[in-house]
Design a protein around this ligand. Structure first.
Ligand code: ATP
Ligand code: MG
Length: 368
């Protein structure tokens, strides 16, 4: 797919900016705090409706303004689409395709695909399980947009069940058990959908990531990625996952009622990343952790391409500076002529002339 134009209005530090992309590679160069990452964030938002930086909508709107808009013209094999995301300070965001409002997010999400890779991604290895869950969820949304709906449903039920657990701490309900049973059933049904999709995504991603990792580390290291669900799953049968889910809730429900919070379910999942059988989070050197993140990102790109049958966009935010020359080249070679790539840098010296000559270079200064 090819991002032809991007139009920003009141987004972050941009007031009004239209950009035409006329090469498969675009280098955004500029000093710190000029708006390079903001531009990539805008593209990421259009593709995934999520931001890497986990920003709230009001943080995305230019200071002093009430409405921000990101608009793009996208070419795919199936045809051209015009996509618009509107963010409002005082009400909900909305999306439109070809100027027609789209009610369900999942109908918007299937159109544009992009993978963002930034220095924040080191958190994938170093950060809490929540970071890895969020990464996996973003990937899943790209692989199957209906997952956005499934995840939303689960989170809603989780919030409501938590509220019920809190309420029942303070009152002397007679029917706690029967009402809790209703919440349990909903949590298990929605949660099982999340669990099974996460399991399947990791199963597909793991061998691709391991292959990339072997390439980048010259086969010195072996990467194992494992889904470590909070609810133990044996076989991937829905009924079995549901049964295990119910069993675990039953075991923990006394503690849940005591603490007023849901302790069982995919909101407590983990994705295990091991290098040579050792958790990368605890033992990986900085270089090993970077290699691992690079392998994960390349695997993400490849998997999305396989599933949607078209290469997604690649957004590289400041990552070259963090890689040694051999890994830089591996990354640039891997993406060369294969994915439309937007890449930020503070100095063009980081690029070989071959890259520079075939790229469009945009100078970014104070939101222009
Ligand atoms: P670096 O090289 O340091 O990564 P950058 O060019 O990627 O810099 P960005 O993160 O894109 O920088 O832009 C940061 C600038 O955007 C900051 O000056 C910040 O104050 C400004 N900014 C962020 N959000 C808003 C907003 N809602 N309204 C106005 N300005 C904003
Ligand atoms: Mg930046």
């Amino acid at each position: 797919m090819y991002l032809r134009t991007l139009h920003l209005r009141n987004f972050r530090n941009y007031q009004e900016q239209k950009i035409d992309f006329h090469a498969a590679k675009t280098i955004l160069v500029g000093n710190n705090a000029q708006g390079k990452s903001n531009l990539l964030e805008a593209v990421e938002l259009l593709a995934t409706l999520r931001s890497h930086r986990m920003a709230k909508d009001r943080e995305l709107i230019k200071d002093g303004e009430d409405i921000a808009q990101i608009n793009a013209s996208l070419e795919r094999v199936a045809g051209t689409s015009d996509l618009t995301l509107t963010l409002r300070r005082n009400s909900r965001r909305s999306v439109a395709v070809n100027s027609e409002k789209v009610r369900r997010q999942m109908d918007f999400l299937g159109i544009f695909n992009a993978v963002e890779f930034s220095s924040l991604d080191l958190e994938l290895v170093r950060g809490s399980p929540e970071v890895r869950r969020s990464w996996l969820d973003t990937l899943l949304i790209q692989l199957e947009p209906v997952y956005a709906h499934i995840l939303h449903q689960y989170n809603q039920i989780l919030r409501q069940r938590n509220a019920f657990l809190k309420r029942s701490q303070q009152s002397t309900f007679k029917d706690i058990e029967s009402e809790l049973a209703i919440w349990d059933a909903q949590l298990v049904t929605a949660g099982t959908r999340v669990i099974r999709r996460r399991e399947r995504a990791i199963q597909r991603l793991a061998p691709i990531a391991a292959a990339w990792h072997a390439t980048i580390s010259n086969s010195q290291e072996v990467l194992h990625i494992n889904y470590d669900p909070n609810v133990p799953i044996g076989k991937d049968q829905a009924e079995e996952v549901q049964q295990a889910f119910f069993d675990k809730i039953k075991q923990r429900s006394a503690i849940e009622l005591h603490r007023g919070i849901t302790l069982v379910g995919p909101h407590r999942d983990e994705v295990k990343l091991d290098i040579n059988e050792t958790p990368a989070r605890q033992y990986g050197s900085q270089g090993q952790q970077r290699t691992l993140v690079l392998a994960l990102k390349l695997a993400e790109l490849q998997l999305i391409e396989e599933v949607i049958n078209e290469p997604p966009l690649l957004l590289l935010d400041d990552v070259l500076a963090e890689l040694d020359p051999s890994r830089q080249n591996q990354l640039l070679d891997a993406v060369q002529n294969r994915f439309q790539t937007l890449i930020t840098t503070t100095h063009l010296g980081a690029f070989e002339s071959q890259w520079l000559n075939s790229s469009q270079v945009l100078f970014v200064k104070a939101g222009e």
